[in-house]
Design a protein around this ligand. Structure first.
Ligand code: GDP
Ligand code: MG
Length: 466
């Protein structure tokens, strides 16, 4: 299968990342080199390879994703850059009203076959479809399409006696109005020439298609670039169809072409039969290529608002007995990211069953907002030593932050209570008398505790409870 080699090379590289101890510049450099080698060996255009790997290198060095380990981040970057290289990540959808899709490309690339495949594809989606042959060059081109259309039950138009594509199209223009999707199969040439492009540009002006798909085989090597450039200069290519993905071609040329054409791959042909056809999704394709069934989990994780690393740090801090207002703020932030306060509260043992007044919760959230303002107005020393906050200091903070003295006192009370709770976790014997029934949803609680930075302790507690 096309790109098998690229796939296994990339998989090797990712394996190396997974097994490495530290992600540093050297590793990034090594990984970039390997990806370059793999892409070049697959016929991907040199300039594009350099561009792609430059992005990977830059992002790997500059960017940070607190939600991911460095390894995970590097893998995600590689995945994202490869996906971007192949398109916009969006699947093809029909436009409003009638869709006219023009297929262009050199001879033998699979335009006519693709016309049939697209015909079935849209017919299966309850569209009224017509195919029209405007290929006046290839002998029996119309006959080929007609037979194909018959076998799939799709109407086909064409006229072998006419030698001008525009005349053929004009002849049937009225008939074609009644279809949802009209697929225009155009002529190719053995090699790229001005005449072909001009002919197609003329046809394009007449048809005014909603889409122009550039069709090319996965076995086209470096010349794919030139083709793409030439077509792109004269036509607006809106999508690429790569055929013969089932073959032994290296695939990289065709993949480079879509980048040059500045159009995403929309469909791929994976065999000669009409059903050997797939809508293309760059992200799914790259996941497959990289053999990462778990890439989605990784991406989800990347989006997760909870910063596990800082949660761990927070946990350490809490357990060290040095819990201060900065840590409280971190904890509040983590809770805020987990969703509304009421949801968080619902997960706390003993609280879930309570019928808590929604207004009260809203008020609590509001309060926390002011607590944050107050903490902003404190010096670092004050946040680290909240016990030393004298009345005069509290007054100064209140004035500076626009929060009431009452509010600040409440914050300090909350801080003391939280710290007390921390100490309780530190000394699990304090929890021994805890009512089992109050553990409403141990799993949910565990999850929450983990996110709040209390994972390990929770696990220990659960074990003891068993
Ligand atoms: N293996 C394979 N062969 C294909 C695929 N698409 C087209 N072909 C074959 O490629 C050849 C040329 O296809 P055709 O549609 O006539 O190309 P056109 O000249 O661009 O219209 C035919 O033998 C097709 O059967 C594909 O996805 N896989
Ligand atoms: Mg053809």
């Amino acid at each position: 299968m096309v790109l098998d080699n690229l796939g296994s090379s990339l998989k090797n590289t990712l394996g190396k990342i997974k097994n490495t101890l530290t992600v540093d510049r050297n590793l990034v450099e090594e990984v970039v080199k390997e990806i370059q080698k793999a892409l070049l060996a697959s016929d991907v255009n040199v300039r594009l390879v350099l561009e792609l790997t430059k992005n990977i290198r830059r992002r790997a060095i500059e960017e940070n994703n607190a939600e991911l380990t460095k390894k995970e981040h590097l893998i995600t970057i590689i995945y994202e850059e490869l996906s971007k290289f192949l398109g916009d990540g969006e699947e093809f959808v029909l436009k409003e009203g009638q869709n006219k899709i023009m297929l262009v490309g050199l001879y033998g690339q699979g335009k006519t076959t693709t016309a049939g495949k697209l015909g079935v594809y849209f017919k299966n989606r309850s569209k009224k479809v017509a195919l029209i042959s405007t290929d006046t060059w290839r002998p029996a081109a119309y006959e080929q399409l007609r037979v194909l259309g018959e076998s799939i039950g799709v109407d086909v138009y064409g006229d072998e006696t006419l030698k001008d594509p525009n005349k053929i199209y004009s002849k049937f223009e009225k008939d074609l109005e009644k279809y949802d999707v009209v697929i225009i199969d155009s002529a190719g040439r053995d090699s790229l020439n001005e005449e072909l492009v001009e002919e197609i540009a003329n046809l394009r002006d007449l048809v005014n298609p909603s889409d122009v798909f550039f069709v090319l085989g996965a076995d086209v090597g470096q010349t794919a670039q030139k083709q793409a450039e030439m077509f792109k200069d004269q036509l607006e290519i809106s999508g690429v169809v790569i055929t013969k993905m089932d073959g032994t071609g290296k695939g990289g040329g065709a993949l480079s072409a879509c980048s040059t054409a500045e159009a995403p791959v929309r469909f791929i042909g994976v065999g000669e039969k009409i059903e050997d056809f797939e809508r293309f999704h760059s992200e799914k394709f790259v996941s497959q290529l990289l053999g990462m069934g778990d890439i989605e989990t990784l991406l989800e994780k990347a989006k997760l608002a909870i910063d596990e690393k800082s949660a761990e740090k927070l946990q350490e801090k809490m357990m060290s007995g040095n819990f201060d207002l900065d840590d409280l703020r971190e904890q509040m932030k983590a809770m805020g990211k987990m969703g509304s306060f009421s949801k968080v509260l619902g997960m706390i043992p003993g609280m879930g069953g309570l019928n808590i007044d929604k207004n009260m919760l809203g008020a609590q959230e509001e309060k926390m907002k002011y607590w944050n303002y107050a903490m902003d107005s404190m010096t670092k020393y004050e946040r680290q030593h909240p016990n030393e906050l004298s009345t005069s200091r509290i007054k100064r903070i209140s004035d500076g932050s626009g929060t009431s003295i009452e509010n600040i006192r409440e914050l300090l009370k909350h801080f003391k209570q939280t710290k007390k709770m921390m100490n309780m976790f530190k000394d699990p014997s304090a929890l021994e008398g805890m009512d089992e029934n109050s553990m409403q949803d141990p799993q949910a609680m565990q999850k929450m505790m983990k996110k709040m930075g209390m994972g390990k302790q929770m696990k220990q507690m659960m074990k003891r409870g068993r």
